[in-house]
Ligand binder design. Sequence first.
Ligand code: DOR
Ligand code: ZN
Length: 552
Amino acid sequence: MTGVDVVITGGQVVSDDAVYRADVAIKGETIVSVATPGTLPPAAETIDASGKYVIPGAIDSHVHFRTPGYDYKEDWETGTGGAARGGVTTVFEMPNTKPPTGTVEALRQKQAIAKAQAYVDYGIYGLLDENNIGELEALMDAGASSFKCFMGNTFGDLPAPSDGAMLEGFEILARRGYRCTVHAENASIMARRQAKLEAAGRTDPLAHLAARPEVCAMEAVGRAIIFAEWTGARLHIAHKSSKDALYLIRDAKRRGVEVTVETCPQYLLLSTEDMKVQGGVMRVNPPIREPGHQEPLWQALREGVVDMIATDHAPHTPEEKTRPSIWQCDCGFPGVETQMPLMLTEVNRGRMTIEDYVRWACVNPAKAWGLYPRKGAIQPGADADITLVDLAAERAIDQGSLFSKSKISPWHGRRVKGLPVLTMVRGKVVMRDGKCASRCRRRSRATSTRPPRRSPRPAPSNVPTAPLRPRGRSGRERPARARRTALRDPPRPGRDPLAVPAGGHHGDRGVRIRLPQPARVSRRAIIPETRHRQRRRPPRRGRAVRRLQRPR
Ligand code: DOR
Ligand code: ZN
């Protein structure tokens, strides 16, 4: 092997099912070899990983970087700098900015900002709302990585779309193979509850939870699953906070619905007991729930019902988080920088293995967004997105030293054991010993995440709708329009799942990137839960209906 740029020696490489001693060679942006220790030739740079774990960079599918519109809360430099500090090499950024990312113009504006400021790779979410259904395809063509539908109100006050608009949006996404992420809480239940609580004079922290009972999530998760199943759209459920809707997701996965689910450290590690102490600092949507919800979420992760850990990094200022009434405290808090130390602490506590961590924070998000194995894996041909982890390093989280502009965190003072000590994005070190390397800032790029095409469910014949692709055995028969765009639809054998066509449909990068041997991302790879499907159990409708009707 000649001309290798970097070798990482002496570390233990981690995948989702193994830990083994190996050295890693990197050429340019790509891993070119994972070899027996001591067998790689010398390189221009050697990184000594003795005593460290070498893991794929984490992929955070849920961050809010606030720019444009709320730059005082966060921007792409501080947001992605925090990601680099936290061992995160790819982020997916949410559309509730000002303007919301619901038009091509707004998307292009955000792409330009991200390109200039980002330390790590990123995908940008487009918005799916009542008024932009006609623009969804243009957003896809302009480089939106995925779509977000706010079924329930949260920061930014974007109104929930009607069911009709949401279903139409799902139909469009299904035709093009895109995944829709939903903020699954029922808007009207929450609006009425909150109005009643406010009228009754409640301003205490737990009133926030009372305004958003679990039925909000159960109803919205159920509705989103029905729409996804009906249309064939891929679905992603954001920030699963409670145990209650897990059975709906489990059943949907068994039926073969393409649904993935994320939870966040705050839902695994905090409860209302903490909120009683911390108050508005912990106000977040969906709310942090009573003790008794956390363990079922852990169990759901272990079973594969919940697929991944994200953060919902949602920065606000200390002033916005500490107002006297809970209704005045902005919802959310920073998380992209603290996720890895918090979860590695659980590895040290024996609650999960480091392979579990890699599965939930790296592999499964890469699979869900069609990035695997280019991202989420330490193997030849993959992007050199690598984080070195020192599982023995300890410290207390200090909100004042977060890279984020938001110097307020419910994790402040918490001791963590297990820290990212070096983060590399496509071959360049962007963080070493907690310090970001500014020279790397302009290297990051938009990440295209369009997964392979799949067959949508045929629409019932009495509903007028845009032509759907007929359900051919291999899904080869397509409407003319789909055929025209097929060239842009990765991945296929021999093609790069992340390639941007020359000319650049992303509008912000016209470079085509090639993998030496791109692996096909199969349906199986994208849906790790296929083992459920193989059993083909019939849906247990009777049970679900009974449970929904039973008074709590
Ligand atoms: O608490 C939250 N804050 N939940 C969300 O879903 C959005 C986020 C924000 O943007 O502040
Ligand atoms: Zn969010």
